[in-house]
Design a protein around this ligand. Structure first.
Ligand code: PLP
Length: 211
């Protein structure tokens, strides 16, 4: 069930940021309640689940954000039905999108800000080369950077890791004279993310938790 108090608490903290309601754990009831509350940005991380929801809500005015790891072989199933990709992290994926997408797709480059070998995302050292390569890809529109902090209650670690993304933004804004966006902040760290300049919050579990 959607927790309206939690939704309103987040709404009261944001002004220009976009709240992406992550719906991967929930179904029709919650999505309907979110739409009733004026939320139109939804995040999913699994291709099959997204396909079902696309079909179910095709008449609604929804922006679909694909936020999870996307296997290249599944790109063709969804790529022309999403509005944003938050997990662009490798050339093979970019090549497949370039081949399959029919108009430019706004994409965030996913950066491995926790420096964990088991996590997806480019190392920050490799972002510049990847970004430059994307100039030749007319179906990919790099709008900014996405990152996930490691799961910890230590605020200083969370801040340190978001700072990596913020530093990239500042550097790339200057180099490319463009205002890049930051996809950062989940249920456990969205307050810090807002403080540190997030433009796109991806929040799931907190929206459905009981008080
Ligand atoms: C699940 C998920 C979220 C939301 O996480 P919560 O902790 O439930 O808010 C955000 N981003 C990605 C990439 C996810 O997979």
């Amino acid at each position: 069930m959607l927790n309206i108090n939690h939704l309103n608490k987040i709404k009261s903290m944001i002004d220009h940021q976009i709240l992406i309601a992550v719906t991967k754990y929930v179904g029709e009831d919650e999505i309907t309640s979110l739409l009733d509350q004026g939320i139109n940005d939804f995040g999913e991380n699994r291709v099959e689940v997204l396909l079902d929801k696309l079909q179910m809500y095709h008449e609604e005015d929804i922006k679909w954000h694909f936020i999870g790891h996307l296997q290249s072989k599944k790109v063709k199933k969804i790529i022309n039905n999403i509005d944003f990709l938050h997990s662009l992290d490798r050339m093979s994926l970019a090549n497949e999108i370039q081949k399959r997408r029919d108009k430019p797709l706004p994409c965030f480059i996913e950066v491995n800000i926790s420096n964990d070998d088991n996590k997806y995302g480019l190392r920050k050292e490799n972002v510049f080369e990847f970004y430059n390569n994307m100039k030749d890809y007319d179906k990919i529109d790099i709008v900014g950077f996405m990152g996930m902090t490691e799961h910890t209650s230590d605020e200083s670690i969370i801040r340190e890791q978001f700072q990596v993304l913020l530093d990239l933004k500042v550097e790339f804004d200057q180099r490319f004279s463009k205002n890049h966006k930051l996809s950062m902040g989940m249920s456990n760290d969205y307050k810090i993310a807002i403080e540190m300049g997030s433009t796109h919050l991806r929040i799931g579990s907190y929206l459905y938790e009981e008080d």
